[in-house]
Write a protein that binds this ligand. Structure first.
Ligand code: OVM
Length: 402
């Protein structure tokens, strides 16, 4: 093909609204049509490009110079639209500004540093499973995901005990805010002022436990690696990204195993499979559904000419089931190698909290696998409505002791 051919190649387009209520509740059908429409598809509803393809999503994520984050990683284009909150100094920034901040955040959240949390999370998981087995009939969100994460993660960062449920309200807003400012977003901002005040207060150095992870970011500011304001924003990033994501992930873990009792049996037979089982859940039913980048220059991608300052949506949930990359993508199999999923993103912005998320999830899944024989769905599970996250609002379950 010559350049001229490429430039006149048909432009696949789609009128799918990835953020409509029906589509966030049930993404897999439209993922399929987006995938089938082409590698890169013009989304007429929002005037952005979109991809459901693993290779394209990864290529975009891997090239921060061409596909930047500074104009926002949601639908809003900061070149022309005002961000709804002051942008993240990690997520919504590019090198070189991003680099020292990310270095500090990586140091704080490094796996080597987090290992000390393993026995603490295991102990919390044990207490939680005691409680679940005493109850028998439970809600996967209210009784498992939320209490566990609201205990272990804010404890690790160094927050006080009061008001923590507001972290989930904040996250709900943040993740809706990566989509359009639609009814879903509006509904989540009802108590915005109080919730934002609470979260920003939590980022204050004086309020953080000196032994927690938040204080570590400020220590880097003492050393002059980042400014105090940047340290505060690193803590804000932890509190923005660290709660709802893992809460939704736990709900998806429970639903996957309730729906696939044979896979639960496999895990019970060898709880050391918890590690890969967690990755497979993140692939098969990704809590994190989509992110955007913005072109920093004119570029050719998948045969399309894309001008500078154009948004590209990467449907990570779809990429994680792309049949061109995964064998039998719609099969939930805890023995498959799921490590290459894009649920934590890829490239310079890949999830800074992934070691933490894995430790939290693995501790809980391991304890459950050792002590719970069966997880059964006992009533209608209700999916949550969120512009970016995919998970449950309610998940009625019965757990049966081994
Ligand atoms: C941040 C942030 C917020 C939400 C998600 C995220 C997935 C980062 O404030 O930096 O990464």
């Amino acid at each position: 093909m010559t350049d001229a051919d490429t430039l006149t190649a048909a432009r696949p387009s789609s009128d799918i609204d990835p953020f409509s209520r029906e589509n966030v509740l049930a993404p897999y059908a439209w993922h399929q049509s987006l995938h089938d429409a082409g590698p890169l598809v013009w989304m007429t509803k929002y005037d952005v490009w979109g991809t459901a393809r693993y290779d394209i999503a990864k290529q975009v994520l891997d090239d921060w110079e061409t596909y930047g984050s500074g104009a926002g990683v949601g639908l809003a284009n900061f070149h022309t639209e005002k961000p709804w909150r002051p942008p993240s100094k990690l997520l919504e920034a590019d090198p070189p500004e991003h680099t020292p901040r990310r270095g500090v955040a990586d140091g704080v959240m490094a796996h080597s540093r987090l290992r000390e949390f393993r026995p603490i999370f295991a102990e919390q998981a044990k207490l939680l499973v005691d409680d679940l087995l005493a109850k028998g009939d439970i809600d996967g969100m209210e009784d498992v995901a939320k209490p566990y994460i609201l205990k272990v993660f804010p404890d690790a960062v160094g927050l006080g005990p009061d008001g923590r449920e507001q972290l989930l309200d904040y996250g709900n807003m943040v993740f809706n805010g990566f989509g359009p400012l639609n009814d879903t977003f509006a509904a989540s901002t009802a108590a915005a002022d109080a919730v934002v005040d609470y979260v920003m207060g939590c980022c204050d150095r004086d309020r953080l436990d000196p032994n927690g992870l938040g204080e570590q970011a400020y220590k880097a500011a003492d050393e002059g690696i980042v400014s105090n304001e940047e340290a505060l924003f690193i803590v804000r990033s932890m509190l923005s990204a660290g709660l709802d994501t893992t809460v939704y992930a736990i709900g998806n873990v429970l639903s996957c195993f309730a729906d696939h009792p044979d896979e639960w049996e496999k895990l019970r037979a060898d709880p050391s499979k918890a590690r890969n089982a967690v990755e497979e859940v993140l692939r098969y039913d990704s809590p994190f559904q989509s992110f955007f980048r913005t072109t920093t220059r004119d570029v050719e991608l998948a045969g399309q000419h894309i001008p500078a300052k154009t948004k590209i949506m990467m449907s990570l949930g779809a990429a994680n089931r792309d049949p061109a990359f995964w064998e039998k993508p719609d099969v939930f199999d805890i023995d498959r190698n799921a490590a290459a999923h894009l649920g934590f993103g890829f490239g310079v912005h890949h999830c800074m909290g992934q070691a933490m998320a894995r430790l939290e999830l693995q501790a809980l899944v391991t304890e459950m696998a050792k002590r719970i024989e069966r997880i059964e769905i006992t009533g209608p599970a209700v999916r949550a409505v969120n512009n970016t996250l995919h998970g449950f609002e309610t998940l009625p379950l019965r757990v049966v002791a081994a």
